[in-house]
Design a protein around this ligand. Structure first.
Ligand code: UD1
Ligand code: CA
Length: 457
């Protein structure tokens, strides 16, 4: 049976106390809703519908790149009413799988189990879980024989019902045709004056349908995010999940609780990662790469045996093998380093290419530069790449030696094997293999006296 996924994302999330709509609150730098869409994509669903409402335009803009069908729920009248808004676009012969935009960690395999529990639309599948503290969740009420009778929301539940620890995760699967019929019968005579999706359970049972309640693997997978405390809990579960994956692939994490993989990470053998490292976007780490404490790496590749010392920020760089980076080095987007390059402390590199064995060890800015093999860039050197209106390139030939404190005013070329005297401001091309310097003559003034302090008064 073809599957139509419906994701509910219209709620305001009052308990977040935030101007950002709840489903846009980030986990691992991505909106909650994005996580749900990404996992739903792993199913072979024919379409994904997102019910949006509160902060609607912002939600749609943020996820504009997603190929989903948007259904507006202009007024948030409850989860049942929300599903109803998507149903006109869902064909009768589909199975509808309902997901919540604020339950972000459910894995595709679990979604698939729920789909299977709906047995081609012959049953209503409900995903449940036992919670240590079920406060706030809908409770699954069973009759004496253990058959599921209904779901009661926390706010509507009596003392006895509140003691039930088997709760509704919110996820359901059923025949679209039947779901449509049930939704039309919902009433809002409850504590919150809302049309509850959960009331379809009673209607399914009345219609003689089997209600298959299947348990999720763990409480962690189905946590709902209603406030900032739960947001942080979900973030830490996500962190742990990603760290575990990498450790099982052989990566050493000095402390998995102080490591965040927020995007996709590919790691070779014997990678060693120290504490407080954040990896974002697509990060590829070669064999035996070592990353020191407090390092942020985004959309970058790092070659075999390279060492990143503490406190570096590396953004969109391709770093070759056997390099030494940092401590305190910063790569802004688009740089490429060949093998054996050293970029040391307080060095900023942007949109530059560094050849094999090139070194810039201290206090330097390399922007829009092409640096040849085995170039040595002295401390305090700056490529002056910006004239106030345009950016220009600096080219430094192989084997050149740039003395400390040189200003290389781009566009400018330094020849291969050239030496630039310390403190020079170079505005014209410097030839190969020669010493070029630009300095006023050193003077010593005879008879000069230091000023003396004037008496006060
Ligand atoms: C809901 C369930 C509860 C379950 C819990 C699991 C109902 C009535 N209750 O409660 O049984 O234990 O989730 O996390 O279904 N939404 C809309 N439009 C609306 C209302 C909500 O799109 O009019 C969306 C929200 O954006 C959210 C989801 O539906 O993504 C759940 O809404 P929320 O208000 O958080 O429901 P809970 O009280 O958590
Ligand atoms: Ca919720």
């Amino acid at each position: 049976m073809p599957i139509s996924v419906v994701i509910l994302a219209a709620g305001q999330g009052k308990r977040m106390k935030s101007d950002l709509p709840k489903v846009l609150q980030p986990v691992a730098g991505r909106p909650l809703l994005q996580h749900v869409i990404d996992s739903a994509r792993e199913l072979s669903a024919s379409d994904i519908h997102v019910v949006y409402g509160h902060g609607g335009e912002r939600v749609r803009e943020t996820l504009a790149a997603e190929n989903v069908t948007w259904a507006l729920q202009a007024e948030q009248l409850g989860t049942g009413h929300a599903v109803q808004q998507a149903m006109p676009a869902v064909p009768d012969d589909h199975l509808v799988l309902i997901l919540f935009g604020d339950v972000p960690l459910v894995q595709a395999a679990t979604m698939q189990r729920l789909v299977d529990a709906a047995t081609n639309g012959e049953a209503l599948g409900v995903l449940s879980v036992r919670m240590k503290d079920p406060t706030g969740y809908g409770r699954i009420v069973r009759d004496r024989a253990g058959t599921v009778a209904r779901i009661v929301e926390h706010k509507d539940a009596n003392q006895k019902e509140r003691a039930i620890d088997e709760v509704n995760t919110g996820l359901m699967a059923a025949s679209a045709k039947r779901m449509r019929e049930w939704l039309a019968q919902l009433r809002n005579d409850n504590a919150q004056g809302e049309y509850y999706l959960t009331d379809v359970v009673v209607l399914a049972a009345k219609a003689g349908l089997k209600v298959n309640v299947i348990p999720a693997d763990s409480e962690d997978e189905v946590l709902g995010v209603n406030d900032k405390v739960q947001l942080a809990e979900v973030e830490s579960i996500y962190r742990k999940r990603r760290a575990t994956e990498l450790m099982l692939q052989g990566v050493t994490l000095v402390d998995p609780a102080r490591f965040d993989a927020r995007g996709s990470v590919t790691a070779g053998r014997d990678v060693h990662i120290d504490v407080n490292v954040v990896l974002e976007g697509t990060v590829i780490l070669g064999n035996r790469v070592r990353i020191g404490p407090n390092v942020v790496i985004r959309d970058s590749e790092i070659g075999d045996d390279t060492v990143v010392f503490p406190n570096c920020v590396i953004d969109r760089a391709s770093i070759g093998p056997n390099c030494n980076i940092g401590p305190f080095a910063r790569f802004r987007p688009s740089s490429s380093l060949a093998q054996g390059v050293h970029v040391g402390n307080f060095v900023e590199v942007k949109n530059s290419i560094l050849g094999a064995g090139a070194k810039a060890n201290h206090l330097t800015y390399l922007g829009d530069a092409t640096v040849g093999e085995k170039v040595n860039v002295g401390a305090g050197t700056i490529t002056c790449n910006y004239d106030g209106a345009n950016k220009w390139r600096t080219e430094i030939g192989a084997g050149a030696f740039i003395g400390s404190g040189a200003m290389l005013v781009a566009p400018v070329k330094i020849g291969a094997g050239a030496t630039i005297g310390a403190g020079s401001t170079i505005t014209k091309n410097a030839p190969d293999d020669k010493l070029t310097l630009e300095r006023s003559k050193q003077l010593t003034l005879d008879g000069w006296k230091r000023p003396v302090k004037q008496p006060k008064g």
